[in-house]
Design a binder for this molecule. Structure first.
Ligand SMILES: [Zn+2]
Length: 445
């Protein structure tokens, strides 16, 4: 049977499948392995000096290059490469070596190998060192391929962002540096701030530091049209971030993350429990104290508890809360949870008044402090309730950032770290976008 085909390549070139090249020879080596000799399909090339295209061969050279695994192992690839005579008589460069997409100027490994290396690091999240070992490349060659991929990422100003998330993370341990002149030690906290598109979780930028100046500098460096499009910015309860946003994005509304507010309420309950343990027993809590034994139960949302767990909670308050202070603190925490779950601003105001009554009744320094925080952040809480924009995707992005850090066992060069974060996040959000376009409603706009 004769099968219709569009291919005009010979069998060896088809199997080796190197774009723009054909196989001219292939042999089994005496000590194992194979050697494949290839040559470019098109002879002519433009002179790098004058740009004039020429196909007059001056001489032929053989160059050994690195390639991906073809079949069971990586063959020895030898490129039969012409040195071309420049067709322009006035050009100072008399001859030049042929360059192709797969073998650019001075390259010693094929482009498809560099692409495979960058793909392994970016898409699979593997360490540069490990990928270099697996593909027979130097660490720098793999890192160079990753850096080159970062250069072609779309500019932040071209991305349409309506809801922005800002969060911080520490990218390595605290270090101390000694001033050689004065001999004094300076503590350096290597923090970085990440900017995330809340709609799709893509990391837009990473800057050194977590202060107002660093955040405001990144925001003001953006295009005015980009800044005008940002409607809501989600942050943790951080006054430095709030100040930066009010300076650089005056028209944007700020939404505070509910997770961190509930975390503050949980911290308040824990502090009250610890103070009461000291006051009632004169020591830290132990397994003998029901409040200590059920310390995690105290922090869980009442609406998520089973009947048995609710009964255990009641028994704890009965057994280990003679002054009713612990139950009062717990009540304030639960009321804050109800407030944050309000469907609209009117309901939130009513819940806030109720929270005020709870705080007055509890009358403890810890609960007053929480009430003060809620009041300071009240406009941002109302934005949260009205828009529902949280920092959840920013936190998720930070989790994958930490995975990158752990895979690389830490980073010394912040530029390499930044490139890895941006590339991996762009790849993941593109993949997520593909899934969401198939089924659900989320749009990365
Ligand atoms: Zn020339």
């Amino acid at each position: 049977m004769i099968e219709a085909t569009c291919s005009r390549r010979d069998a060896a070139s088809l199997i080796f499948d190197l774009p723009g090249y054909h196989v001219i020879d292939a042999v089994d080596l005496p000590c194992g392995g194979r050697r494949v000799k290839v040559s470019a399909d098109v002879l002519e090339d433009g002179c790098p000096g004058c740009g004039v295209v020429s196909s007059r061969v001056h001489s032929w050279t053989q160059q050994r290059v690195k390639d991906i695994t073809v079949g069971r192992d990586r063959p020895v690839v030898v490129v039969h490469k012409p040195r071309v005579v420049c067709a322009e008589a006035a050009c100072g460069r008399k001859t030049f070596a042929q360059r192709t997409d797969q073998l650019p100027f001075r390259a010693r490994c094929l482009t498809r190998l560099r692409e495979a290396a960058a793909e392994a690091v970016i898409a699979s999240g593997r360490a540069v060192d490990e990928v270099g070992d697996a593909l027979g490349l130097a660490w720098w060659t793999v890192q160079d391929a990753v850096n080159a991929a970062a250069v072609v990422l779309p500019a932040v100003d071209d991305l349409r962002v309506h809801h922005l998330g800002i969060d911080e993370h520490r990218y390595r341990r605290v270090r101390f540096f000694r001033d050689p002149q004065t001999g004094s030690w300076t503590r350096v906290e290597p923090w970085m701030t990440t900017f995330v598109n809340v709609a799709c979780g893509q990391v837009l930028g990473v800057v050194d530091g977590r202060d107002t100046a660093a955040v405001a500098a990144w925001l003001t460096a953006r295009d005015p049209a980009w800044r005008a499009r940002v409607q809501v910015v989600a942050i943790d309860p951080s006054t430095t971030f709030r100040k930066a946003i009010t300076t650089a994005l005056p028209q944007a509304r700020i939404s505070v993350d509910p997770f961190h507010l509930i975390q503050l309420a949980n911290l308040m309950v824990t502090r009250v429990r610890q103070r009461l343990a000291q006051a009632n027993h004169g020591r830290r809590g132990t397994t003998a104290d029901p409040a200590w034994a059920h310390r995690l139960l105290l922090l869980r949302g009442y609406d998520t508890l089973t009947e048995r767990a609710r009964a255990r909670l009641q028994a704890t308050f009965k057994a280990d809360d003679p002054t009713h202070e612990l139950s009062a603190a717990w009540g304030v925490k639960e009321q804050l949870r109800r407030l944050l779950a309000s469907p609209n601003a009117t309901a939130a105001e009513a819940e806030r008044n109720r929270l005020g009554c709870f705080v007055i009744a509890a009358d403890m320094p810890e609960t007053w402090r929480l009430w003060h925080t809620v009041n300071i952040w009240w406009p941002q809480i109302l934005t949260l309730i009205a828009t529902g924009v949280t920092n959840a995707r920013t936190e998720a992005a930070n989790t994958s950032v930490k995975q990158i850090k752990r895979t690389g066992r830490g980073y010394r060069n912040p530029e390499h770290y930044r490139a890895r974060i941006l590339l991996r996040s762009a790849r993941r959000s593109r993949r997520r976008q593909r899934f969401t376009q198939q089924g659900t409603t989320l749009n990365c706009e």
